[in-house]
Write a protein that binds this ligand. Sequence first.
Ligand code: CMC
Length: 430
Amino acid sequence: MNTQKNATLTLDGKTVEFPVHTGTIGPDVVDIRSLYGKTGAFTFDPGFMSTGSCMSAITYIDGDKGELLYRGYPIEQLAEHCDFMEVCQLLLRGELPTAGEKSEFVEIIKNHTMVHEQLSRFYSGFRRDAHPMAVMVGVVGALSAFYHDAMDISDQHHRDISAFRLIAKMPTIVAMAYKYGIGQPFMYPRNDLDYAGNFLHMMFATPCETYKPNPILARALDRILILHADHEQNASTSTVRLAGSSGANPFACISAGIACLWGPAHGGANEACLKMLQEIGDVSRVGEYINRAKDKNDTFKLMGFGHRVYKNFDPRAKLMRETCREVLNELGLTDDPLFKLALALEKIALEDDYFVEKKLYPNVDFYSGIVQHALGIPTQMFTGIFAAARTVGWIAQWNEMISDPEQKIGRPRQLYVGATRRDVIPVDKR
Ligand code: CMC
């Protein structure tokens, strides 16, 4: 952080100065931590449109350029040359692993994929038709009841063990939520498979026959994991940081992140997008839905379109679009009516003045929903897959926050617009 400039603010005739910090790339930030002390005023920024909530060296996004970097590496290069295990190490440690470091990490993760047998009994407490995200919020939070041996968050070694456990167990927990919902037996992880192949195995294998993951489909899932691994200070990551700022344990914090991710404006968008496609039903009705999305009096939005940060294109969407085509070709689904409908919607929205003017492009969730549907992953599971992918980002961000000596509990203030002080009149006199 470099501080060579000041910003000046005049309030009620009093002029005060604030340091302006410059990062390695990206907008400068005005450090207003002393604002209240100096002026008695707060800043007001609901939705955090202009607020940097922390200093971070993990992920950088340039929304105008459509650029996403993990630890400085462009997402396009990572998606082409690396697998999810390498990306996990990059996000957690700051550097891509050597071949030796990678095999060591893969071994550690493989050795943590099983969940405590007692944890599997938690599932039977849920209704079979429970949303998998409801199950995950509960089960991931409950991990804190199992791992007392590594719960000292001030100890880096304990934090590392928690990170390995979370990254390793999340696919197992997601797959178990799926299997429970459809009434099939849980499948134990297989150590001869890679991370994505094992994930597919735990989702789709049964004890009755041998399952061999299709490498193209496993690679597609791996790419979904890479593209969703981290995304700077988004709503769920900020939730994880805020929960962690009080000293809460990592499993509780990740569970809070999962709850936030569930919302349709965030990770729930891929599920909402598929539901929307099913509701539209036919290419002939695309126009009607485009008009609804443009109608100010209609709350309907085209799910899978638009982004708070990317205002030109979402670089993840470009990559996911490629994967989408590969998967549809591999599975011979290019003529499937739902996929044809998705492609028609994409084309019409990309050419429509309203969407062009407002810079509303398909985001990663538009294509990842289609890919997951093609892989045979049920719609309700989409956000669970996203949660499994984002876990490494959440834990890397949580770890960075805990390691920061200046870290404080997150405690925003407010603009109060309620009643001013008044006296209580006893109930019999009101
Ligand atoms: N369909 C129709 N109109 C839209 C859409 C959409 N999908 N998205 C934004 N708009 C309009 C919005 O009504 C507003 O219009 P106006 O200027 O007339 O008031 C304008 O575009 C700006 O939108 P906004 O809601 O103020 O923008 P935001 O930055 O607050 O919201 C968003 C971003 C992603 C929440 C929003 O675009 C949205 O709800 N999209 C659909 C849900 C979705 O796909 N979410 C996944 C995001 S990517 C995954 C992730 O990173 O979590």
